[in-house]
Design a protein around this ligand. Structure first.
Ligand code: C2E
Ligand code: MG
Ligand code: MG
Ligand code: MG
Length: 287
């Protein structure tokens, strides 16, 4: 538990830690202020559908527009928000903002939103998601929720029940960062996932045979289970070619586009409008 961890931290306390703790404390105060001041916004990164040559949807990625520091990335503040109990409010805000935005888009586009494992401790999570769908008018079939493997370390039965409730509503579930954490292929049989997101760490070094083997195995296994696959962190035409050859049908990464503000979504849809004769998009890496 956090208490036990706290006791351990105390036992091994060293003076250098004071600085880290002070930095965290200041971050927490700043984060609480930012929630009040509404300093968060969403960026959107496209999912590229290989067979159709178009964008199939977007992932919403939160950003903190700090008055002095500029854009702060979620890797810096989400862990602290989780630690100090701000993630529930922040996560629901992101979900609602993303659904509201996606409801304005062409209806074939899905919206994918990250949920923290901490949010699953809220016994009312599925009702809150339902309320957001109702408030925004987004059809549940257009919503995908992304969770990481660390969720599976939470209370199994409660987690499974919530995931099944989402599924029963027609919301789709993606396992994010697949292959990193406490990976067990068993999770794929036990929990009702629709999609697996191959972590960018495998894609980054895709020329290494071990990583190709992992990608091939994940694609093969997922396909046999009726689960779709998307590769994250696709940055180059080499990545694209290898993944396409391995039968990966959906991709995400800087090769197509970085996460962009909502205003730039229309431009991306134009740039990736259907062009059936092209085998691969003219990504940034080609120009
Ligand atoms: P994630 O969900 O795995 O998101 C993918 C991350 O990879 C994003 O970082 C994205 O900008 C980055 N990325 C995309 N394509 C590439 C690429 O080609 N190369 C490289 N090197 N990186 C790429 P970002 O936006 O900084 O988000 C980091 C993490 O923060 C996310 O990882 C997710 O776990 C978390 N996060 C973001 N928004 C939310 C949110 O609303 N709620 C929660 N709970 N977590 C969030
Ligand atoms: Mg994600
Ligand atoms: Mg990921
Ligand atoms: Mg991640």
């Amino acid at each position: 538990s956090a208490k036990a961890a706290g006791r351990n931290a105390y036992r091994f306390f060293k003076p250098e830690m004071a600085e880290t703790i002070e930095r965290r404390r200041r971050m927490e105060i700043d984060l609480r202020r930012a929630v009040e001041a509404d300093e968060f916004e969403l960026f959107y990164q496209p999912f590229y559908d290989v067979a159709r040559g178009t964008i199939s949807g977007f992932e919403a990625l939160i950003r903190w527009r700090h008055p002095e520091r500029g854009l702060v990335s979620p890797g810096e503040f989400i862990p602290i928000a989780e630690e100090v109990g701000l993630i529930d409010a922040m996560g629901l805000w992101a979900l609602e903002a993303a659904c509201r935005q996606a409801a304005q888009w062409p209806s074939q586009l899905s919206i994918s939103v990250n949920l923290s494992p901490i949010q699953f401790r809220d016994p009312d999570l599925s009702r809150r998601v339902e309320d957001i769908l109702n408030a925004t008018g987004l059809p549940p079939s257009r919503l995908q929720l992304e969770v990481t493997e660390s969720l599976m370390l939470e209370d199994d039965r409660a987690t499974l029940a919530v995931l099944q409730a989402f599924r029963a509503r027609g919301i789709r579930l993606s396992m994010d960062d697949f292959g990193t954490g406490y990976s067990s292929l068993g999770y794929l049989t036990k929990f009702p996932f629709d999609k697996v997101k191959i972590d960018q760490s495998f894609v980054r070094h895709l020329t290494e045979p071990e990583n190709i083997a992992v990608v091939r195995a994940v694609i093969g296994l997922s396909r046999s289970m009726g689960i779709s696959v998307i590769a994250e962190g696709v940055e180059t035409s080499e990545h694209y070619d290898v993944l396409e050859r391995e039968g990966c049908r959906e991709m995400q990464g800087y090769f197509f586009s970085p996460p962009v503000p909502a205003l730039e979504v229309a431009g991306l849809l134009m740039r990736f409008r259907p062009q059936p004769r092209m085998s691969r998009p003219a990504g940034e890496a080609d120009t």
